[in-house]
Design a protein around this ligand. Sequence first.
Ligand SMILES: C[S@@+](CC[C@H](N)C(=O)[O-])C[C@H]1O[C@@H](n2cnc3c(N)ncnc32)[C@H](O)[C@@H]1O
Length: 349
Amino acid sequence: MQQVLLTCRQGFESDLAAEIQEKASSCGVFGFVRAKTDAGFVVFEGHQPDDGSKLVKALPFQTLVFARQWLVVAAHLEDLPPADRVGPICEVLRAQPYVDIWMSFPDTNDGKSLSKLTRKLEGPFAKATAKLTRAKAPVHAHVFFESGTNMWVGYTPCDNASPWPLGFPRLRQPSSAPSRSTLKLEEAWLQLIPQAQRAILLKPFQKAVDLGAAPGGWTWQLVQRGMQVTAIDNGPMDKGLMDSGQVAHLREDAFHYKPVRNVDWLVCDMVEKPSRVAELMERWLIQGWTRFAIFNLKLPMKRRWLEVAQILSHMQEALEAAGCSYELKAKQLYHDREEITVFAAPRNR
Ligand SMILES: C[S@@+](CC[C@H](N)C(=O)[O-])C[C@H]1O[C@@H](n2cnc3c(N)ncnc32)[C@H](O)[C@@H]1O
């Protein structure tokens, strides 16, 4: 299979195209990318007939920043008859067994209107493909609905993809959280920390610092995990959150604040130049003021992949030069807008 379809936040197609082009080349897979503005997905097409399959084997999905999900394309079916969409798709999927069938669509207004159709087709698909599913197959069959009659059919590897078909978990806004951005930190934990490590890395009684904390959505998440939080912000913190007794609020400048004692977690969600935030994070990690960090990098510029690649490689070099072996994982989350979220963790933990 020659093509890989990758989904992203609407408006970030050119960033994802630049990223996948560069990362595919570094894996020895050469090709080009078809990207339509605001489509919510791009298609990488390798020069060789097997390049799509090769790419999803060679490139760890977790290393992609702007991709939400991917599938190796077995067929692109256009003008499907609304009376029988299932038949032609199942014909393609006869080629190999799969665990189950995933259905997805672009995260655009038109795309979202397709969710009803995908739910309607779940039953007929399950019936038509029952004989082809195997619990131990290495792939999910995946049907990506570009529209009601235009579909990309293929496979998503079980061990190298987002665990969620659309590429993000569905989260509910907690009623007592002070801001909607609380969901960014909750999603960051789910997306960037492997499930087996979450309970080990996020524990009650840990100490945390939240830079740019007000009104307290991120602090709220830390408090829910039983942590003691120092919240740094000149703005006011939510009163209910302060009543928890787990938060100390300091009205200080985050760029000048130094913790009295080292902490377990640093989180940071300031609207600032991304290179400035990255430098601040470097300082905390190199000084050993924190073990783990999660921070946002705002990306108001045009060539966002270029900016991200430069900042992350500069940060990695600075950490290594200081003798700090850190892994940096970056992702544009569903709850991120013009920004990405980064998780920094020591390699030997
Ligand atoms: C996007 S808001 C943070 C929202 C917060 N994460 C939440 O979930 O409620 C950014 C915050 O950073 C604060 N901020 C910006 N620059 C700062 C600085 N130099 N020092 C401290 N706080 C700063 C702002 O006052 C603002 O409250």
